[in-house]
Design a protein around this ligand. Structure first.
Ligand code: 6R9
Length: 672
């Protein structure tokens, strides 16, 4: 039997023929140049964009990754000024793309759809930028956004960039507590949301969650000044097939603070002069889970992020002017930022913006939409692929998917079974699969194959993108050259790498640069095979990845222990056939606690409410004691083994009391 690593799939000739990068040697040549002469490589790309103050090539980029030499920093094109919305919109309109469709919007219900051209998008962005200005929003202010997948979401992001406000999207699946914590951290003056949204047959009352979050912020002394609400429910078809009444009566609005989008935007002016931003001015912040519990506000800046999102989008998806591209990610995640908004628009692309779920009205919605818009590039997550694989093949086969050329995967390692299903059934063995490894912190793809350049191996992310230099280190920080497995780190920045954590540069240095001096540490493990392919093996820290949602064990544990019945909690990831990983929680009760169905229900609800539905535990086990070292550290390595009933627990000599392990094996819940 050939091992996983020797399974090789060559890109189809039809893909290779038209690809920007169509051979391994061409990739190698470009890659070499990107490392040896970054000024020339990125400078060439920068020329297609507009710079109000030109680029100083002598001061193109600088960085320090070594704490012993001073603070960590990473600066690109410092001194140049530009505006992102100008480059994404005005520049494209000027170049003749005014009437080109920027987005086909496909609603939750198949009867709801619309489109927006570049010219119209520019007008709407200017209108909303003017509204924000009229509410006192200025350069550098933070705007918190809690939006579904609707065109106003994209418009809001770009309106912020028009006037230099920093947007901070909070995924609209987060609970009001999580939302409030993030509003407080970034001290947002303004919130933009919608009254609600249908996800399949479920109605999410977003404004109600915003109200709860704003009330929590007020208690902490922070008053949000303006909340703009898109009236969305009245214009869409509900799952029962009827349009809702205007939500004015049902959605409580607080006078002076809350305003309906539809009441202010249409009358605003369609022109708004762009704010010229320094290359290193903040563009946006986006929260990602931290292993100490408190979320980290990853900060990206203007010029470098633009160059990197634009370039990765062009080469990784091999986007050509007549293509129709579709990324299913929510704009509340980094994938939505870089590959629903910034990357595609920087390339004057036409994209699909999808509000719904893969399962509504039927389990073939994705394929219906691919067929409807003649999608050429499709980008989704392994968790979605695994969920769809369960259904009968004919749900895929009955659709015409022949326009597809590139299929992307993101969010977690893709298992070879899912890869092969994607490749064979969706791609009909004609498409290239790009397994893109990256992080909120990296701004864009850092490891991937390019569709026309390299053969694919199912489960491997492939090779570094241009400008990226991956290194594998062993536990002692020694570089593993050639074949081997260890920590995945990077020895130099690329333009899209984050600059800091908002308001907490110390934590930035500590989290990413202190473990291995001189390297950016991803927190993931990786191995390199004999052919040089990189395989990401998953998190090496205490993080969980449930359906592509990253969260920390500490975050869930602290929420569990808020319950009066729980004294201590330890959470580990357990492999799950669809979600990738699910939460397996061990809890030690307080004297008052009683381990029964009521408690389990309360804990599940509590986690849902405090973090979000995606964090709901799958298993909760009663653990009268937890395996701990003598210094009191919980050994999650052992708990992970118990979760999967693997008695191969390895060395237990550092445990204070090793009998605990046997007790936990013996009391594992049945039927899991
Ligand atoms: C883009 C995104 C980042 C973490 C990352 C890693 C995992 C993402 C992956 C992958 C293996 C891939 N991850 N893509 N693991 N192969 N193609 O997902 O950002 O939400 O910050 O998560 O996701 O563990 O460190 P983010």
């Amino acid at each position: 039997m050939p091992s996983e690593e020797s399974h090789i799939f060559h890109p189809h000739q039809a893909v290779v023929k038209q690809a920007y990068v169509s051979s391994l040697s061409q990739y190698q040549e470009m890659y070499k140049k990107s490392l040896e002469n970054p000024e020339e490589f990125w400078g060439e790309i920068a020329k297609q964009f507009y710079w109000e103050t030109p680029i100083d090539y002598k001061n193109f980029f600088r960085f320090n990754f070594d704490l012993s030499k001073g603070p960590i920093f990473n600066k690109w094109l410092d001194g140049a000024t530009t505006n992102i919305s100008y480059n994404l919109l005005d520049r494209n309109v000027r170049n003749g793309y005014g009437d080109k469709v920027a987005y086909y919007w496909e609603g939750n219900h198949p009867d709801d759809y619309s489109r927006l051209t570049y010219k119209k998008l520019l007008e709407e962005v200017c209108r909303f930028a003017n509204v924000l200005k009229s509410r006192g929003v200025q350069k550098g202010d933070r705007v918190a956004i809690y939006m579904p997948m609707i065109l106003e979401g994209v418009i809001t992001l770009l309106a912020c960039t028009r006037i230099g406000a920093i947007h901070s999207l909070i995924f609209a699946g987060f609970s009001s507590d999580s939302f409030a914590e993030r509003i407080l951290d970034c001290e947002a003056r303004v919130i933009v949301t919608a009254d609600g949204v249908w996800r399949g047959e479920k109605l999410l009352q977003l404004k109600t969650i915003c109200d709860q979050a704003m009330a929590k912020c007020a208690k902490e002394g922070h008053n949000v000044e303006t909340c703009v609400v898109v009236s969305h429910l009245e214009r869409v078809t509900s799952p029962k097939g009827v349009s809702q009444q205007r939500q004015t009566n049902r959605t409580p609005m607080t006078e002076d603070r809350d305003i309906w989008w539809q009441d202010v935007v249409p009358q605003a002016s369609t022109s708004c002069y762009p704010e010229w931003m320094q290359a290193e001015d903040p563009l946006f912040m986006l929260y990602t889970s931290g292993s100490t519990g408190k979320p980290k506000g990853v900060l990206h800046t203007t010029a470098g992020y633009l160059l990197y999102a634009a370039t990765t989008f062009k080469y990784v998806f091999d986007y050509k002017p007549n293509d129709v591209y579709w990324c299913t990610a929510d704009i509340g995640w980094i994938t939505g930022h870089s590959y629903v908004v910034y990357g595609p628009l920087a390339n004057a692309a036409t994209s699909v913006l999808f509000e719904g779920t893969p399962f509504y009205p039927d389990n073939d919605r994705f394929w219906t939409v691919v067929d409807k818009y003649k999608v050429t590039q499709f980008y989704t997550a392994p968790t979605a692929i695994r969920a769809l694989m369960k259904f009968d093949d004919h749900l895929v086969v009955r659709h015409d998917l022949s326009t597809l050329r590139v299929l992307g995967s993101v969010g977690e390692p893709i298992n070879p079974e899912a890869w092969l299903w994607y490749y064979k059934l969706v791609g009909r063995e004609k498409c290239s699969i790009v397994d893109t490894f990256w992080q909120t912190e990296t701004g864009g793809h850092v490891l991937t194959t390019l569709p026309g350049a390299q053969p694919m191996k199912p489960g491997s992310a492939g090779f570094p993108f241009f400008g990226v230099q991956p290194v594998i280190l062993d536990e002692n920080g020694k570089e593993i050259k050639g074949e081997g497995e260890g920590y995945l780190v990077f020895s130099r920045p690329w333009p899209g790498l984050m600059r800091t954590l908002y308001g907490n540069h110390d934590r930035y240095e500590l989290t990413y640069f202190s473990k291995f001096p001189g390297y950016y540490c991803t927190g993931d493990g990786a191995k390199r095979d004999a052919d040089g392919y990189l395989w990401v093996t998953g998190r090496v820290d205490d993080m969980l990845n449930v359906s592509g949602h990253l969260m920390s064990t500490a975050e869930v544990e602290s929420v569990l222990t808020e319950h009066p019945g729980v004294a201590e909690a330890a959470v580990v990831a357990k492999p799950h056939p669809v979600k990738g990983e699910c939460l397996y929680c061990f809890i030690t009760l307080t004297e008052a606690g009683k381990f029964d169905d009521k408690l389990l229900k309360e804990l599940k609800t509590h986690v849902r409410e405090r973090i979000g539905p995606f964090a709901q535990p799958d298993v909760i086990q009663n653990a009268p004691a937890l395996p701990k070292t003598r210094s009191g550290k919980i050994m999650r390595r052992i708990l992970r083994k118990i979760a999967v009933n693997d008695r191969n627990v390895g060395d237990v000599s550092t445990l204070a009391d090793s009998s605990v392990v046997e007790q936990l094996f013996a009391s594992r819940p049945v039927n899991i």
